[in-house]
Design a protein around this ligand. Structure first.
Ligand code: LMR
Length: 393
């Protein structure tokens, strides 16, 4: 059996963690996988989540199955988080998934059932796992222009032009905020014409909202998704609690569907659950229950929001500090875009050979496309990092 198999290529992002861990150099710097780290370099459990876990431990009497869609309280709380407290949820469905990737794969399988010939359009570039997930679900993919490496901005006109060649019924995967890997995002004004184009060309929006709260704020980061929801007839959203609740390993995310009406979304939701039933039967419970406890308790929710905001502001400061350090070292504005970008990542615009030199000569780890994790930066090592970048330019 297994003799027919060959080794797959290593995962471009996750394999970096292993390389980093095995690097004996004490001065090494991990800017690879998208995990938030504090000043000390630790990824701590958030205080409100910790408290919710204690309450869960004290009150939970059984580990019996919760149900196909996971924790209903969690699902309702996620709908409110994405659409806002007073939103009309009558055409919405949500189910808990095994992380954001579980949500992406569930939606991909659902799309394959609903419209097997649809092509899913992906931004150039996009998260390294998007295309493999969609292909694994049997969907075709195509690419629309997005990032202008020369300016660090979104090529907005080219993006619209590229999407005009999608055929009616196709799907467009959009990053709701904090574009991964570039950090370059559409302005809210630009989302309007995108919504117009989706409606005009009968394209289905598939929003990846894995970083809500890491860009401009919890509400601000959901604004594009809310704008789309107010304009398009139907949409799908994959969201994740990995980053904003810092529950990475526990795998908590959600599929959110918006249908033309309550009846159609009911059917679509039931189909989504029959997808997850064959993928992994039911989602893991623990951290989803903790997230539900946080979101249902005003005090814990306020504590969580404050801690998340602290993380977001720290990333913004690191962006500014790193852009400043690079301005000083290069005597140019070449890297100023880093301060303008939002979210966990930006790309330095280095070649793979330069990225490899950073790793080999300086112990600095980033993804091969020169994507770096802003939260991996250290306040007191920005100058040193900027010098290393200049050394490989
Ligand atoms: C990332 O992009 O680094 C994270 O989303 C982690 C992952 O699974 O790739």
């Amino acid at each position: 059996m297994f003799e027919t198999l060959v080794l797959p290529p290593p995962d471009k992002i996750l394999s970096l963690s292993v390389l980093y861990r095995n690097d004996p150099r004490p001065e090494k710097m991990d800017l690879g996988v998208g995990v938030y780290k504090d000043k000390a370099g630790d990824t701590l459990i958030m205080k409100a989540v910790r408290e919710a876990e204690k309450r869960l431990y004290d009150s939970q009497k059984t580990k019996t199955y919760v149900g196909m869609g996971g924790d209903e309280g969690f699902n309702n709380a996620m709908l409110k988080l994405v659409f806002g407290a007073g939103a009309d949820l009558s055409r919405m469905f949500a189910c808990q998934t095994a992380g954001g990737s579980g949500a992406l794969r569930t939606i991909a399988d659902l799309l394959k059932r609903a419209r097997p010939d649809a092509t899913v359009w992906l931004s150039d570039p996009t998260w390294a796992n998007h295309q493999p997930i969609l292909t694994a679900a049997g969907l075709k993919t195509a690419i629309y222009p997005y990032f202008d490496a020369a300016t660090g901005l979104v090529k907005f006109e080219a993006m619209l032009e590229g999407l005009r060649s999608a055929k009616p019924g196709d799907v467009v995967l959009l990053h709701g905020c904090c574009h991964n890997p570039t950090g370059a995002n559409l302005t809210l004004e630009q989302w309007g014409p995108v919504a117009d184009l989706l409606v005009e060309r009968d394209l289905f929006p598939f929003v990846d909202l894995a970083y809500q709260g890491f860009g401009d704020g919890l509400e601000e980061d959901a604004a594009s998704t809310r704008l789309l929801a107010s304009r398009v007839p139907e949409m799908a959203i994959a969201t994740s609690c990995s980053k904003n609740f810092s529950v990475y390993r526990d795998r908590v995310g959600a599929v959110i569907l918006m249908g033309k009406d309550a009846d159609s979304v009911k059917i679509a939701g039931a189909q989504a659950l029959s997808v997850t039933r064959v993928l992994y039967s039911m989602p893991p419970d623990h951290a989803a229950a903790a997230v539900r406890i946080v979101l249902e308790d005003d005090t814990l929710q306020a504590e969580w929001k404050a801690e998340l905001e602290e993380m977001r502001l720290r990333m913004l400061n690191l962006r500014k500090g790193f852009a400043d350090a690079l301005r000083q070292q290069t005597n140019s504005a070449r890297f100023d875009f880093i301060a303008e970008h939002r979210g966990m990542f930006s790309r330095l615009g280095l070649t793979e050979a330069q990225v490899n030199r950073l790793r080999d000569e300086f112990g600095i780890y980033m993804v091969g496309d020169s994507r770096f994790n802003v939260a991996g930066l250290k306040e007191d090592r920005l100058e040193e990092l900027a010098k290393a970048v200049v050394a490989v330019l």
